[in-house]
Ligand binder design. Structure first.
Ligand code: PLP
Length: 381
C-alpha cells in the first residue's frame, strides 16, 4: 500500500472511529473526511464531487453501472468481449451481448456499429468498454467508442471500467466524455475493498443496495471511512507521480519483455505493445503449462499469474486470450507479469534470471516442439 494511504487511514481505524451517518462530533468528523476525499477523487477524475459514489470496490462499481442503468432504463447492454467478469457476467445475466476484438485486443469498431444499428430486439441502453485490460494491458480506443455510441445510439449511456488504467493513463482526459467510470483502490496502492463509481450528472441508476440512502441514495450502507480516505490519498499520489512512474516502469517492462523473448525460445508477447499500459508484460510461452511454471516461480520469489485472478485461485481458460484469437494450446502457457510503482530494476533482473531457467527445467521434462509464431498465434480470420 502507498504510505500516503496507510498513514491517512490509521486514525480513522483507531481513535477517530465515528459513523459518518451520525450527528455527534465524531460522526461529523468522519463525514467531513469523506467529503474531503470526495473532492480529491473528483478533481483527479475531472468530475464533480456529487458525481462520485463510493463502493466496496471495482466489482460493485461495475455491477452498479450495468445493473443500475438497465434497471432504470430497460433495454439491453453491450460490452467488449475482453471485459472483466464484473462487467461481462453482469451483462450476460441481463441478456446483453459482447462485441469482438481484433488480435491486438482492441475492440472491433465496425462490429460495435453493427451491434448498435442492426437490431431486431431491445434498443441498447448501455455500452461498456474498459480503458485498459487487466490480463493483456490493451488500451481501448475509448474516445472513438463514445463517438460511435453518441452517433448510432444517442440515448445509450457509456460505462468504462478504468480499474487497470488509473495508474498509467490520464483517465480525466481519455474518459472525459464517458458517463460512468469504475475504479478500485487496490489497483493504485490503496486499500482493498473500496472503489468508486463516477456517475455523470443526469444519469440515474437503480441502486443495488437499499437502506439508509447514503451516497445520495445510490449506494446505501455505512461508508468505509478509512478505506475512502486511503483511496483518495492513493489516487492523489498516483496522479501526481504518474508521468514519472510510467516512464520508469515502461522502461523496465520493455527490458523484461525483450529480455525474456530473447532468452526463451517460443516466447511471444500477447497483444500489441504500443497499445498497452506500462505495467503490463503479458507473454505466451510455447510448450509450457503456466500452472506448473507459476508454482516454481513463486518458490523462486517471483509472484505472478496467468490470466485473471478469481476467488478460488483456480486457472480457467482466459476469455481475453480466446477473444484475441489465441488457441487453447498456446493460451495454456500464458504468463502475466505485472509491474507497478514499487517494482525495481533488481526485481526485473531477478525475473530475467529465474524465469528462463525454470522454463528450461520444465521443458527438459518433455520433448520440445517450439513452433513458428504463425502457428502459435491461431488468429481468427
Ligand atoms: N475490473 C478490472 C479491470 C479489474 O482488474 C478488477 C480486479 O482485478 C476489477 C474490475 C474488480 O475490482 P475489485 O477487485 O475491486 O472488485
Amino acid at each position: 500500500m502507498r504510505p500516503e494511504a496507510f498513514d491517512e487511514m490509521v486514525p480513522w481505524l483507531r481513535d477517530r472511529y465515528g459513523n459518518p451517518s451520525g450527528s455527534h462530533s465524531l460522526a461529523r468528523a468522519a463525514r467531513k473526511a469523506i467529503d474531503e476525499a470526495r473532492d480529491v477523487v473528483a478533481e483527479c477524475l475531472g468530475r464533480m464531487p456529487r458525481e462520485i459514489v463510493f463502493t466496496s470496490g471495482g466489482t460493485e462499481a461495475d455491477n452498479l453501472a450495468v445493473t443500475g442503468v438497465i434497471g432504470q432504463r430497460g433495454g439491453t447492454a453491450l460490452c467488449s468481449a475482453v471485459e472483466h467478469h464484473a462487467v461481462l457476467h453482469s451483462i450476460e445475466v441481463l441478456g446483453g451481448k459482447t462485441v469482438g476484438v481484433h488480435s491486438s485486443g482492441q475492440i472491433d469498431l465496425d462490429a460495435l456499429v453493427d451491434a448498435l444499428v442492426n437490431r431486431t430486439d431491445d434498443q441498447v441502453s448501455l455500452v461498456s468498454v474498459m480503458l485498459a485490460n487487466n490480463e493483456v494491458g490493451t488500451i481501448q480506443p475509448l474516445g472513438q467508442v463514445v463517438q460511435l455510441v453518441r452517433e448510432h445510439a444517442p440515448h445509450a449511456v457509456v460505462h468504462s471500467d478504468v480499474v487497470q488504467a488509473v495508474s498509467w493513463l490520464d483517465v480525466a482526459d481519455l474518459a472525459a466524455d464517458v458517463d460512468l467510470l469504475a475504479l478500485s483502490a487496490h489497483k493504485f496502492g490503496g486499500p482493498q475493498g473500496v472503489g468508486v463509481l463516477a456517475v455523470r450528472e443526469g444519469v440515474t441508476l437503480s441502486p443495488l443496495l437499499r437502506g439508509g440512502g447514503q451516497e445520495r441514495e445510490r449506494r446505501s450502507g455505512t461508508q468505509n471511512v478509512a478505506g475512502i480516505v486511503g483511496l483518495a490519498a492513493a489516487l492523489k499520489a498516483t496522479v501526481q507521480q504518474r508521468a514519472t512512474t510510467v516512464e520508469r516502469v515502461m522502461y523496465m517492462r520493455d527490458r523484461l519483455a525483450d529480455g525474456l523473448a530473447l532468452a526463451i525460445n517460443g516466447c511471444i508477447e500477447s497483444g500489441d505493445r504500443v497499445n498497452k499500459v506500462a505495467g503490463s508484460c503479458s507473454l505466451l510461452l510455447a510448450d509450457v503449462e503456466s500452472e506448473e511454471l507459476l508454482v516454481l516461480m513463486d518458490q523462486a520469489g517471483v509472484c505472478a499469474t496467468a490470466g485473471s485472478s478469481c476467488a478460488s485461485g483456480a486457472m480457467e481458460q482466459s476469455h481475453v486470450l480466446h477473444a484475441m484469437g489465441i488457441g487453447p494450446e498456446l493460451a495454456k502457457g500464458s504468463l502475466r507479469l505485472s509491474l507497478g510503482w514499487t517494482t525495481t530494476e533488481a526485481d526485473v533482473d531477478h525475473a530475467l534470471e529465474v524465469v528462463p531457467q525454470l522454463v528450461d527445467r520444465l521443458r527438459s521434462r518433455k520433448p520440445l516442439q517450439v513452433r513458428s509464431r504463425a502457428d502459435q498465434l491461431q488468429v481468427r480470420a
